[in-house]
Design a protein around this ligand. Structure first.
Ligand code: SIN
Ligand code: MN
Length: 282
């Protein structure tokens, strides 16, 4: 049992899609969604369940892929993938929320690294703003305004994610996340191997994927090199890493453009990682 009340002797769990509802406000558009060529007001007011433009080839691929269960991937203790954890309706609502968060002020931007490089993913933060390699209450490397709030409903969703990933309601109830990093990957974006180690809490990281499938490389806690496991994260997948895997190196070597389902984004991948900062709120 670790200090978060979790036991790590078991093997990883692999789940299937389950229906549930999330309360997310109606949100304005930001990226080109499925309404390319329409005005954004049309996009934001459209019924979330309407059919979006999708090529017949992609639509057929998506439908067939949904029928074929993915084989379980062997992951180290503390790392759990639940494929298809989010329903399509939940994914659409999360995409709308991401659009609202991405809009300025305190909107989405490419993070500049101390080395001078610029990350290829674009990021918006909730609760605490991440600047390599610390957290701040304001967007110090951007427009300087306070970071957007971390919403209660997202914390609730993440608590349920932890409870279901570890099949441990107490672990879910104990989880008090206050940070989300929302990353957008275009077809060329990727993320190098790194550890999530700027938080003071070692509570699990909850990752939700939306849009295009990616290859998620999950490594070891010692260094960036092998051994690692390549996992395909599809839209709606939940991935949780905590306990002995909390400080595992991980990255995204590529996305698979054109593989996303009909959830209101015409291209790209969104990933939301939810974390507990362990930082003081004042
Ligand atoms: C991250 O490591 O912060 C993001 C991982 C992902 O995009 O799946
Ligand atoms: Mn990370």
């Amino acid at each position: 049992m670790d200090r978060h009340g979790l036991s790590w002797s078991g093997t990883s769990l692999h789940g299937t899609a389950r229906a549930r509802s999330v309360s997310i406000p109606n949100l304005p558009g930001f990226w080109e969604g499925c309404d390319a060529g329409h005005d954004e007001t049309v996009a934001q007011n459209a019924d979330e369940t309407r059919a979006c433009e999708q090529s017949p080839r992609v639509a057929q691929w998506t439908a067939m892929a949904a029928l074929i269960p993915r084989p379980p991937v062997d992951l180290p203790p503390g790392a759990v993938q639940l494929p298809g954890w989010l329903s399509l309706a939940e994914q659409r609502r999360l995409v709308r929320a991401c659009r609202e968060w991405a809009a300025p002020p305190a909107g989405m931007r490419a993070t500049r690294l101390p080395s001078g490089g610029v990350m290829s993913v674009r990021t918006v933060c909730l609760g605490w703003h991440w600047v390599p390699y610390h957290y701040s209450r304001s967007v110090d490397d951007g427009d300087g305004v306070p970071v957007k709030e971390f919403p209660d409903w997202l914390g609730e969703l993440a608590r349920r994610a932890v409870a279901e990933a570890y099949d441990d309601p107490d672990a879910g109830a104990a989880y008090q996340p206050d940070i989300a990093l929302v990353n957008f990957y275009d077809a060329k974006a990727r993320m190098g191997m790194h550890q999530d180690r700027d938080e003071r809490s070692l509570a699990p990281v909850v990752s939700l994927s939306l849009g295009d499938t990616c290859v998620f490389r999950f490594g070891n806690t010692e260094h960036r090199q092998r051994p690692w496991t390549d996992v395909e994260l599809e839209s709606g997948d939940l991935f949780v890493f905590g306990g002995p895997s909390r400080l595992a190196f991980h990255g995204v070597p590529r996305t698979l453009p054109g593989t996303g389902p009909d959830i209101g984004m015409s291209q790209g991948r969104l990933n939301i990682t939810v974390r507990e900062s362990g930082l003081r709120q004042d």
